[in-house]
Ligand binder design. Structure first.
Ligand SMILES: Cc1cc2nc3c(=O)[nH]c(=O)nc-3n(C[C@H](O)[C@H](O)[C@H](O)COP(=O)(O)OP(=O)(O)OC[C@H]3O[C@@H](n4cnc5c(N)ncnc54)[C@H](O)[C@@H]3O)c2cc1C
Length: 519
């Protein structure tokens, strides 16, 4: 039960962003209540012992960190760290009938040699250097703005101060830029994938959803690097929940919010534990959920488009590429069936209502960089985790009579693509749980909707927005910080805010700043 009847702020949802907002507000002396419908905090940023009797604490949903500003870690005194990966990606390929692959990583000489081996010249490596030099300069300018009041489009453009970069990332469909910069089909695909994570779009989509998704994948930390959360994603959520509680916030789990009523000055929040009053309500749930809680007409439903698979292996599988060490290849993002044409075909098939025949996916092994998520016995025996994130499988494909059968068919087709680049089937490497079942679980968008309350299973609560304000945002503190709703004292503090998606804490921070600005 809540300790009070009235709070300065009630936060609907204890995802990592709700906890960031709670910690900032409680540290500023505000009375804060967090209400979370699940029996634990963290939302999509959690670790879990997924397989019965197996001591492996997997980052069950989100798994890599790029967008979390060090400022938030410092401000809140979080005991949380990330670790760099020396290999950022590996992509297997067949050239001239031979198995080969592309390694990209911090070793420039090795990366250059890998490009040359794959493509036969230095041209693509040069293009890569120029392209990611451009995104890095944009990242350096954009990332610091994400925890400042929302710039206007013109102000952000002036800050980037590079007309070609602006045009490439903010104006023209990403496909045009990728095709102009790169000639190789595989290299083009590796670049494009960052625009398609959880985002159902194609390279030339006029909505530019792929550009927005791409931008959030290349600006994090001012570098675009994706780092490994030490201890798994749950370590971040645990640190945030500690920070919020230590600062005096109350957190009640297993408590679903069922309604919000507001007159713009004070609000009433109804939940499983009764009704509490609040000066401000911060909503960590998706905008679609918020509309239902307010009794308003929901916005267009969001739709997720990914398959998420968690696995535990007794050993890493061997690769067909004779030059690739699995311990290096799986420590970065391992791309499967993500050549440019394959991505396009998969999109077209899914848009026409069919599962992609050759499903694209990306894979990564956490335990190579951070074995602390495994029990010591498993580490000693050489066990490894494997995460797979599949693209272009929108929620609509799972709404038929047999969603479980559809998910299983997709899983089989996805693993077949992985097997095609291995010298042994992946299933031979799967560990078994205490009941003798293979350690593998798969989640469709509909599963994520049910498990996490994500409308349509959309991992970002809805398609991402460019990180600038528009006149439609209105004025006032909430609009200035990109967290406004149609009600002055109801603010978004989760992924659905402008500058919201990913594990970043940014919308939580920005909602807290907006509340504090109101005095
Ligand atoms: C499979 C998957 C993989 C991903 N991979 C990555 C990755 O590697 N890196 C990355 O940066 N991002 C990744 N993301 C995206 C990222 O995890 C999310 O964008 C981010 O976690 C959103 O955080 P949030 O706190 O805003 O919302 P959420 O994590 O969605 O939390 C919202 C919380 O609100 C609660 N809630 C909802 N309705 C109610 C209600 N009525 N009453 C009370 N509580 C309610 C929910 O239970 C939930 O706990 C991934 C997401 C998924 C699903």
């Amino acid at each position: 039960m809540p300790e009070r009847t009235f709070y300065d702020a009630v936060i609907v949802g204890g995802g990592h962003n709700g906890l960031v907002a709670a910690a900032y507000l409680a540290r500023a002396g505000r009375s804060v209540l967090v209400l979370e419908r699940l029996d634990h905090t963290g939302g999509a940023a959690v670790s879990g012992r997924v397989f019965p009797g197996v001591d492996a604490r997997l980052s069950r949903y989100s798994y890599l960190v790029s967008l979390l500003p060090p400022k938030i870690v410092r401000d809140l005194g979080l005991r949380f760290a990330v670790r760099k990966r020396s290999v950022s990606s590996y992509t297997p390929a067949v050239r001239g009938g031979r198995d080969t692959g592309l390694f990209v990583g911090s070793d420039e000489g090795a990366t250059r040699a890998s490009f040359a081996r794959l493509t036969g010249s230095d041209r693509e490596y040069g293009a890569w250097q120029r392209f990611y030099g451009m995104t890095r300069r944009v990242a350096e300018r954009v990332f610091p703005t994400l925890t400042e009041p929302l710039p206007t489009r013109a102000a952000l453009r002036a800050r980037i101060d590079d007309a070609a970069a602006w045009e490439a990332l903010f104006e023209r469909p990403l496909g045009e830029t990728v095709e102009a910069a790169f000639a190789d089909e595989l290299v083009r695909g590796v670049v494009l994938t960052d625009g398609l994570i959880g985002t159902f779009a194609h390279a030339h989509d006029p909505s530019l959803a792929q550009n927005r998704c791409f931008l959030y994948h290349v600006v994090g930390g001012g570098t675009g690097d994706w780092d490994v959360p030490v201890g798994g994603m749950g370590a971040l959520t645990d640190a945030l929940a500690d920070a919020a509680r230590t600062a005096g916030a109350e957190i009640i789990t297993g408590c679903s919010v069922t309604g919000i009523a507001t007159d713009g000055r004070t609000a009433e929040v109804t939940c499983a534990a009764g009704t509490v009053g609040a000066r401000h309500v911060l909503v960590n749930a998706a905008p679609h959920t918020l509309a239902a809680l307010l009794g308003e007409r929901p916005p267009e439903p969001a739709e997720g488009a990914q398959l998420k698979v968690n696995m535990l292996l007794t050993r890493l599988p061997r690769l067909r590429d004779p030059d690739a060490d699995p311990r290096l290849a799986f420590s970065g993002t391992f791309h499967v069936a993500e050549a440019y044409g394959q991505l396009e075909t998969a999109y077209r098939q899914a848009a026409a209502g069919a599962l992609p025949a050759v499903p694209p996916s990306e894979i990564y092994c956490h335990s190579l960089t951070d074995p602390s998520i495994l029990g010591t016995d498993l580490v000693r025996q050489g066990y490894q985790t494997l995460t797979l994130f599949g693209l272009h499988t929108p929620a609509r494909l799972f709404t038929g009579d047999d969603p479980d059968g559809t998910r299983e068919r997709l899983l089989a087709a996805t693993l077949a693509q992985l097997d095609a680049v291995l010298t042994e089937p992946l299933t031979d490497c799967l560990a078994t749980d205490a009941d003798g079942r293979p350690c593998i679980e798969a989640r469709s968008p509909l599963d994520l909707e049910r498990d996490l309350g994500l409308p349509g299973g959309h991992i970002f609560h809805g398609d991402l927005a460019f990180p600038y304000g528009t006149e439609a945002d209105g004025d006032g503190a909430a609009a200035r910080w990109g967290v406004a709703t149609g009600h002055a004292n109801v603010l978004l503090c989760g992924a659905g805010a402008v500058r919201g998606g990913g594990v970043s804490g940014i919308p939580g921070h920005n909602a807290a700043m907006a509340v504090l600005e109101c005095g």
